[in-house]
Design a protein around this ligand. Structure first.
Ligand code: 5AD
Length: 345
């Protein structure tokens, strides 16, 4: 195990078999070694700064039926909503006043948000706040659509690959969705010029050392600018309601591994991590994460954008709440900054 860790630290890459061995050799000692190196690398590039992104959950209406997700189409118990453009702009206004310089518009695959609507929204945000970055997280769209969104001024796009093993992918998604198309989308986004984020859930049903090894290999080869990983958490009204949640500590171990694979990567300590453990996000930061994404959505959206049970409400609906988050991050030795927070290549 120690020689595999040494090789990863030296070369920032492993073979598929070595990744598998690394995953199977996971224990507290390995986690500590990797954590120390991950923190050293992140400090070298990003110092002790933590970037914040204002997350705006624009719609929970979704045409997809992913087995793990609480806002899947078949969940009849989900109370649906979508935010109007005015509402979204007022979230940005408020976020800007708090010091946010990146807005992430995330939503289900909702036909209402056509290219015309999103482009108009993005142009308006960029016009009002030229010093801000706009990140979109709106699922799989056509190449033409991605091109239009980029031309309208969107800077970044998040599209988790969910798993890099096609059979595993098929066990998490309905037939219409394929890993192949997911990867095609990610490649297109990159080619167009977006800063691109992929990612996956840790502890999703049917995940194993081989599928995770493939995820790590994919990250190593695709070289994303960002990578969102968080523990799987069951949602009561989905087919996966009875599966156990992923582990916070194992997620943190993987955060460290990903930091070492790509030292300059933007790596969020996710809401799911904070949901499973009271200090989950701090643990994420201490394992090599350098981004947090508090919620700027209005109250009516926040309670309804339930991807999984008990989703943490990390809202910053008041300046005091943001101050509270800053304090928590400061308490572990890091500093939230007012900055677009682009990747430092
Ligand atoms: N547990 C954890 N993460 C989830 N996501 C969706 N459902 C769940 C769940 N039950 C993640 C997916 C998706 C992102 C927006 O949220 O990885 O890409």
């Amino acid at each position: 195990m120690n020689n595999i860790i040494a090789k990863l630290i030296k070369e920032h890459r492993l073979t598929l078999d070595e990744y598998k061995e690394l995953i199977c050799g996971y224990d507290e000692k390995a986690a500590e070694l990797l954590r120390d190196e991950a923190v050293r690398l992140r400090k070298e590039i990003y110092g002790n700064t933590v970037y914040i992104r204002g997350l705006i959950e624009i719609s929970n209406i979704c045409k997809n039926d992913c087995f793990y997700c609480g806002i899947r189409k078949s969940n009849k118990k989900c109370e649906r909503y979508r935010l109007g453009c005015e509402k979204i702009l007022s979230c940005c206004d408020y976020g800007y006043s708090l010091g946010f310089r990146t807005f992430v518009l995330q939503g289900g695959d909702d036909g209402y948000f056509s290219d015309d609507r999103i482009c108009a929204l993005v142009s308006e945000i960029k016009e009002k706040y030229p010093d801000c970055a706009v990140t979109l997280s709106l699922g799989e769209r056509s190449e033409e659509s991605y091109e239009r969104l980029f031309a309208a001024g969107a800077d970044r796009y998040l599209l988790r690959h969910e798993t890099a093993d096609s059979e595993h992918y098929a066990r998490l998604h309905p037939e219409e969705l394929s890993l192949k198309n997911r990867i095609v989308c990610l490649e297109k986004l990159k080619k167009i010029g977006f800063q691109v984020g992929c990612g996956f859930m840790v502890g999703s049903p049917y995940q194993n050392a081989v599928t995770i090894a493939k995820d790590l290999k994919f990250i190593e080869e695709f070289k994303p600018d960002m990578c969102g990983i968080g523990p799987f958490i069951p949602h009561k009204d989905t087919p996966f309601s009875n599966y156990p949640a992923g582990s916070v500590d194992f997620t943190c171990f993987l955060l460290s591994v990903i930091r070492i694979i790509k030292p300059d990567i933007l790596l969020p300590a996710t809401t799911a991590l904070g949901t499973l453990s009271e200090n989950g996000r701090e643990k994420g930061i201490l394992s090599g994460a350098n981004v947090v994404m508090p919620n700027l959505s209005p109250e009516e959206a926040r309670s309804r954008y339930m991807l999984y049970n008990n989703k943490l409400n990390t809202g910053v609906e008041s300046a005091e709440k943001l101050e509270g988050l800053k304090k928590r991050i400061r308490a572990v030795g890091y500093e939230i900054v007012t900055d677009r927070g682009d990747i430092k290549k």
